[in-house]
Design a protein around this ligand. Structure first.
Ligand SMILES: Cc1ncc(COP(=O)(O)O)c(C=O)c1O
Length: 397
């Protein structure tokens, strides 16, 4: 039974500096489109070294704008992963484009670059070879491959060098979904800066938070101009408040959120180091529990930016029963991810079936995110691990 001492699934890490900064904005009349968004964007330009940074009101909004900047539209194809949060595919559906899923690397859960290369080759060729990669239903007869959308899953960057090679060969844009990976590094390069456009997200379970929010980074001047207009109801430079050159959106980030993010960015190293410490506490303890695998970090990841801590159970252990058992002890846990292609709206639109992406489905069945944040204490980590140990023992008896 829960003893009133529940451990939260995730927690923001907010200090008086953030509280005071938000309160100070509220003393001014400028609650949107003021100096705070500019300062927040400057923090991202300086952190990433990218020429442009655009604050938006969610990671999803950021990805959607990148899809538009990449020129992806009705019936276009984009190679992406079914092992992700749904937003990375939804933004393609928003523009009536079709995600072409390829399966993942079983160690990291990131898109498999060899499958990306094969899919790009076959889709470029067209005909029967191309049809093998398309969903059973819902894909147009003739469609053009336009982009690749890899995701840096759980804070570990996708293997991007071979993906960039494929993109160069077939002239495809690369939209890097780094929503889970602020501060991660791939072969010494910062996640989000490697493709044509990168997107970070700041929901309260993320490495930094703005409440809701996101940032797009890019070196592409034209794309940045377009996305800046589209986030602001389609107003191009020179348009007045009621003139709209483009069909746009309200994807603006307000000043309270921006200042919160600005202060959080000054603490990024501290926040990432604390998360790394919590992950290390978990890994030490979980290694000793038979049937549990801790996350694997591969050599291309020169810095992990821990987002969630997802363990995997050995085949034969009933993950959902473990989740229920620890839940009764006040310890929440979530299956991570439920594959995108098996979400009901994807099944009804594209006709996907279980078995279509076996590695994704295997990780989807065996993975469990356990409580994780930068404010977790070592005794809390102990309690979670002890509870998992007992639940597994209970299942074996
Ligand atoms: C991989 C991935 N992509 C996109 C998003 C969307 O971000 P937001 O929730 O800010 O819209 C998230 C957020 O959870 C994510 O994990």
């Amino acid at each position: 039974m829960s003893d009133g001492n529940n451990i939260p699934m995730s927690s923001p890490d907010i200090t008086d500096a953030e509280r005071q900064a938000v309160a100070a904005v509220l003393q001014t009349p400028n609650l949107s489109m003021g100096s705070q968004i500019q300062a927040f964007e400057e923090a991202f330009r300086s952190f990433t070294g990218c020429k442009h940074a655009l604050g938006v009101n969610s990671g999803t909004a950021g990805l959607h704008l990148c899809v538009l900047a990449a020129g992806v539209g009705t019936g276009d194809l984009v190679i992406t992963t079914p092992f992700s949060f749904v937003a990375s595919s939804n933004v393609l559906l928003f523009e009536r484009a079709v995600p072409v899923f390829v399966d993942i690397d079983p160690l990291t859960g990131n898109i498999d670059p060899e499958l990306v290369a094969e899919a790009a080759r076959d889709l470029n060729q067209g005909g029967a070879a191309a049809r093998n990669w398309l969903p059973r239903q819902g894909a147009p007869q003739s469609a053009q491959l336009k982009a690749i959308l890899p995701v840096d899953v759980f804070g570990q960057p996708a293997d991007l060098d071979p993906i960039l090679k494929v993109a160069a060969q077939y002239r495809l844009k690369v939209i890097e979904d780094s929503c889970e990976a602020l501060g991660a590094e791939y072969k010494g390069r910062k996640a989000g800066t490697i493709g044509d456009y990168g997107v970070f997200a700041f929901y309260p379970n993320k490495q930094i938070t703005t409440g809701e929010g996101g940032v797009i980074v890019t070196d592409d001047d034209q794309a940045a101009d377009l996305m800046r207009a589209l986030r602001n109801q389609g107003r191009a430079p020179g348009d007045t408040w009621l003139q709209h050159t483009h069909l746009g959106f309200n994807y603006r980030l307000d000043e309270m959120s921006a200042v919160l993010g600005k202060v959080q960015m000054t603490r990024l190293d501290e926040l990432l180091n604390k998360r790394e410490q919590v992950a290390a506490w978990y890994s030490e303890r979980l290694e000793e529990i038979p049937g549990v695998e801790a996350p694997k970090i591969v050599a291309t990841t020169t810095r992990v930016s821990w987002f969630v801590y997802v363990i995997r159970f050995a085949p034969g252990i009933d993950r959902d029963r473990i989740a229920r058992a620890i839940g009764e002890q006040g310890i929440p846990a979530r299956p991570y991810f439920i594959p995108i292609h098996l979400q009901p709206y994807m099944v009804s639109r594209f006709g996907y079936q279980p078995g279509d992406f076996p590695v994704t489905e295997d990780l989807g069945r065996r993975g469990l995110a356990i409580p994780f944040s930068s404010v977790m204490t070592e005794p809390q980590v102990d309690r979670v691990c002890q509870s998992i140990r007992e639940a597994i023992r209970g299942q074996r008896e």
